[in-house]
Design a protein around this ligand. Structure first.
Ligand code: ATP
Ligand code: MG
Length: 237
């Protein structure tokens, strides 16, 4: 569904990703993990067209999208949920969802808002509250709901559970997996909490210093007794 072939990418002259290969099949759940600064966010941003791609190709559903603008990729069905800042904090929950669906006909927009609120019932009681008063968990749920308004084919999450208490992190993750089931959306996760994300994904990508250090079964990586050393790049498989 989404593929990157030997990409070299970064920010202006600062290269971050080196000869990186990445691919996600439809409905495959993929975990991208690695130490701080290893290039996980840069990988998602590169798939979305938000970095400098020096060489290599990004394909979506067989089409070369390497030169497309982020909004064009969004239109094709890619949704990117950044680490921070995907909500309008001075607007209410309802206004945020309306903004997300502004290109839709009013009836369809209201129907989808209703669906989002059914998935996240907790947001219902705060629908007219400004986002800035919400907890981190509720903001993440709203950010997911905003992306869902456009019915994407694939969602790229950058640390959806960052800064959440463990029970809340699990709740957010379970909700996202429910959405995967209900809407058939392919999910890619960058996560700090490697154990949690490997436990619910099919495939893992481990990045160390901008290079691919492991890809394969998420469960096998989790079960590897040398996981700690492999994760830090001290040992390889
Ligand atoms: N906008 C930017 N301009 C220049 N360099 C950047 C930019 N964003 C990130 N970098 C650099 O790129 C490298 C990889 O950063 P990236 O954010 O992709 O890592 P990460 O794996 O997501 O880390 P974390 O776990 O801390 O979120 C780092 O050295 C970082 O300093
Ligand atoms: Mg990051």
């Amino acid at each position: 569904m989404l593929q990157a072939k030997s990409i070299n990418a970064g920010y202006g002259p600062a290269q971050v990703l080196f000869d990186f290969d990445f691919s996600v099949a439809e409905r495959e759940k993929v975990a991208i993990i690695g130490p701080n600064g290893s290039g996980k966010s840069t990988l998602l941003k590169t798939l979305m067209g938000l970095t400098t791609l020096y060489s290599g190709v990004v394909e979506f559903e067989g089409e070369d999208i390497s030169r497309l603008e982020p909004f064009e990729r969004a239109r094709m069905g890619l949704a990117y949920l950044p680490q921070v800042g995907s909500t309008f904090d001075n607007l209410t929950i309802k206004e945020n969802l309306r903004m997300a669906g502004y290109t839709l006909h009013k009836d369809e927009r209201e129907e989808r808002i209703g669906e989002v609120l059914d998935i996240f019932p907790i947001l219902k009681s705060y629908v007219n509250e400004r986002v800035k008063v919400l907890s981190g968990g509720m903001r993440q749920m709203l950010a997911t709901g905003i992306a869902l308004m456009r019915r994407p084919k694939i969602m790229l999450f950058d640390e959806p559970t960052a800064n959440l208490a463990p029970n809340l992190a699990e709740e957010v993750m379970n909700k996202i997996l429910e959405i995967e089931e209900q809407f058939g959306i392919t999910m890619v996760f960058v996560e700090q909490n490697a154990a949690m994300v490997l436990g619910c994904c099919d495939t893992a990508y481990l990045l160390v210093n901008g290079r691919l250090s492991y890809t394969g079964s998420a469960q096998e990586l989790l079960d590897n007794p040398r996981f700690g050393q492999i994760f830090l790049g001290v040992e390889t498989i």
